[in-house]
Design a protein around this ligand. Structure first.
Ligand SMILES: CC(C)(COP(=O)(O)OP(=O)(O)OC[C@H]1O[C@@H](n2cnc3c(N)ncnc32)[C@H](O)[C@@H]1OP(=O)(O)O)[C@@H](O)C(=O)NCCC(=O)NCCS
Length: 191
């Protein structure tokens, strides 16, 4: 099952994605704000990609992000930790193809992923953590409707200094108010 946004498609991660993901995960510019610092081997990345079928369910869903026009693999995203009682998840997003940054793919992915979470999974709240010194991501999450709800000082150590971690979230009523009451993923109008 794939879910289409305006310009991106969210689909299952395939074993053949491993080589590209291996390149991203070992690129310090890409991983700078992802709290990843140790090297990852191609073998581990292959294992992760082929284990992806275990991450295709309610509790842990991970998608590959591809460009709709030509299928170019842009990154990965996911919703993690849902329980039927709380219906709350943590969102993760990585546009690993850094030459594609700043072109709106992050925003379209977020919109599509949120739509999937609220409309298909029936979630109540989606939250994320972002490093305070990551203006690009913060601008993106603000624009998508996430609210700041907490600051955890000195929580991450990157490039020789400590940085705070911010928690941001969006609830279902906020999502509906912002994006309208479309029926399906992909029908969500742009704000
Ligand atoms: C953060 C990330 C998801 C953004 O994706 P993207 O595709 O570049 O996002 P978009 O193009 O949709 O939007 C980025 C927004 O930030 C703005 N922006 C870009 N650089 C910026 C900067 N240095 N400071 C402030 N805003 C910036 C852009 O102008 C754009 O806003 P606009 O559409 O209103 O003009 C992407 O860079 C990424 O995946 N990076 C590596 C992994 C990562 O850090 N993930 C997030 C972890 S919390």
């Amino acid at each position: 099952m794939a879910y289409e946004g305006e310009r991106v498609r969210l689909r299952a991660i395939e074993p053949g994605d491993a080589e590209t993901m291996f390149r991203w995960i070992n690129d310090r510019e890409v991983t700078r704000h992802l709290d990843l610092r140790y090297p990852t081997s191609l073998e581990w990345e292959r294992q992760w990609a082929s284990d992806a079928k275990q991450r295709g369910g309610y509790r842990n869903v991970t998608f590959a992000i591809e460009r709709r026009e030509d299928g170019l693999l842009l990154g990965t995203c996911g919703l993690h930790g849902a329980t039927p009682e709380d219906r709350v998840v943590e969102l993760g997003l990585n546009i690993g193809e850094k030459s594609m940054w700043g072109q709106g793919y992050g925003f379209d992915t977020l919109r599509t992923l949120l739509c999937f979470g609220f409309r298909e999974m029936n979630l109540r709240r989606v939250y994320l953590h972002v490093m305070e010194d990551h203006p690009r991501a913060r601008a993106l999450y603000e624009r998508a409707g996430f609210e700041y709800e907490g600051r955890h000082r000195e929580s991450r150590w990157t490039r020789g200094q400590a940085t705070a971690l911010l928690t941001m979230s969006i609830t279902r009523p906020e999502f509906d108010e912002r994006y309208g009451a479309a029926e399906e993923v992909g029908d969500v109008p742009r704000r």
